[in-house]
Design a protein around this ligand. Sequence first.
Ligand code: PEP
Ligand code: MG
Length: 748
Amino acid sequence: MADATESQSRALLGRLRDTLAEEGAGQARLDRITHLIADSMETEVCSIYLFRDEDTLELCATEGLKPEAVHKTRLRIGEGLVGRVAKTKRPVNTEDAPSERGFRYMPETGEEIYSSFLGLPIQRLGETLGVLVVQSKDKRSFSEDEIYALEVVAMVLAEMAELGAFVGEGAALAAPHQRPELIRGGVGQEGTAEGHVWLHEPRVVVTNMVADDPVAELKRLQEATDRLRISVDEMLARVDPTDKDQRDVLEAYRMFANSRGWMKRIEEDIARGLSAEAAVEKEQSVARSRMQTVPDAYLRERLHDLDDLSNRLLRILSGQGRDTGAEMPADPILVARNIGPGELLEYGRKLRGIVLEEGSVGSHAAIVARALAIPLIIHAERITTEALNGDLIMVDGDQGIVHLRPGENVVTAFRDKMAMMAKAQERYVSLRDKPAQGKCGTVIALHMNAGLMADLPSLESSGAEGVGLFRTELQFLIRNKMPRRGELVEIYARVMDAAKGKRVAFRTLDIGSDKVLPYMKPTDEPNPALGWRAIRVGLDKPGVMRMQLQALIRAAKGRPLTVMFPFIAQFDEYREARAHLDRELQREASLGHALPESVSVGAMLETPSLAFAPRKFFEETDFISIGGNDLKQFFFAADRENERVRRRYDTLNVSFLTFIESIVGRCAETQTHLSFCGEDAGRPIEALCFAAMGLRTLSMRPASIGPVKNLIRRVNLIEAKEVIQTARDSGQQSVRPAIMEWLASQPA
Ligand code: PEP
Ligand code: MG
């Protein structure tokens, strides 16, 4: 019996393929398809409903219902049986449709005379494009085999590129992958960009949906899956046995690659006439639509793994690698599920923007994007399935919004915004060589944060007075093995050369927590942010830190050297770290190497405890730099990586500002130089308030120097301090409203 329906289904697919290949107007072709399906399924009716916009379906072709209803009959998602199929993405199969819950009678179609109803979603890669329906007068329940056959037909229909063009005149939206989409994500790096989509991992384009020879297709599938299994086993053999995360993913791959259930469904699809590629894509589509509804994060991850595995299998089957022959547009905006820092660096400054489906604020990709000053959106759901190579895309990194294939109005508004920003940028450039001096005469020193070679040109272009924070770990993070001392000497020397005598504060390795080196044994800690990280690792296992200190001394070679230690929580940690540096200086001297002209040693204040250290600590350190990102997370006990809480507490909260003020006071007592180098230093309003509280040096990403300088030059910092004081005295929780109101009254 199954064999009979299989060959019937193959015959239908063959006829369908011929029809698709015919020349002719779209509507006539779609009409012919409904005729073919009704004929083959032995039903009086076959209809195709397609999405006209996000929640309306339109009857686009029918065999059996009244032709006048075509392009007239419309249903909302969830409405009637057709709407139910679209909403649940599951088939509805009933022998008595009129008595079915939710049945909606549409007189213009004349459908009341039909009793049996089978409706299926038309899906492509998890996206529902419409609904395919067959109906008949006699009471019949469609068999599993018939449902399956119709599913295969729906799959082929979904692949018709011009499907959306069938939606009637005046339709608000065109076909999927043609209509505009607004996707909200998170901010990874501010800035706006317009360009065209460049998919990091382009989807394989399946062109041969239908195949005549299932035996040959099954053989191709077998060969491809054998290769897939071997490649997964090889990947598993290569992975570090202690790298649990990677092992988990690969074990999941292996499980799916050997899963009989998955394979069996693909084989059945082939038996019904799909090509091996189309069959794999069909099962991928089913998994994707499930992915959207599974609430369990672990299961969703596994479905993601299955999706990746399907992509691999498709690549093997089709012979299409990453290079699908598409040409990178001149203004590429990279779209990817996720990307490693090395791969991102390979693209370099060519990219106008980056949109990731996953990613996180502290991810290595985000760090690189920041260094390259490329706007980055993270957590942009569905972007890799929605976007096609070459689509127009606008990235609003300030709001975390992606406009994919935007309409005319959005394009105009977005370009206006970009023009305004470009104007502001011109103004910032004109300020490059002017000081950040408030109306009161106070001058604030503005430095930049860096960590990659890609940052160095900004030292010149931004007008930064120096590098207030050089995150040395970035050089370690972007490699897949530990850099050698000689390499580090070379890197640090190049940084100092580029700085041309400007001060560069090299921060020793700050790893652990969110910064995990791919080649170091991961530690399983319940609370990594509070765990074995930064200076704690440096002091407990000093080998790497000492190698780094040696490299810095050698790179300085007669020039001044500035070193700071991260995450110092108590005086002793600073003393111990400094003793390591002193020992290395002595060692280098005894080896006859040239020593730095001078050595300035500082500590990063990133835990509240250090603000209360003994006076002697403040006397002994040459400078202190507030690492506001960490300090704030510990001050408010709010994880900087946790989207749920990370914006909960305002930096301009009076408690935090008062705390900053007290650190300024302690440093003033001992005349210890103080700076602030967390992300907040680059936000103009925050920077202004820090300056008002007495900070005189701020270090920030290079792109922020212009906007911060511009604001500081507009205002009187003494007045700003008075506004803060008044807000604080009146019991405000945050001084932001008061400062904003005051700023609005200031001359532009
Ligand atoms: C900070 O914590 O503010 C800081 C500058 O260090 P990082 O962001 O690298 O932890
Ligand atoms: Mg920090």
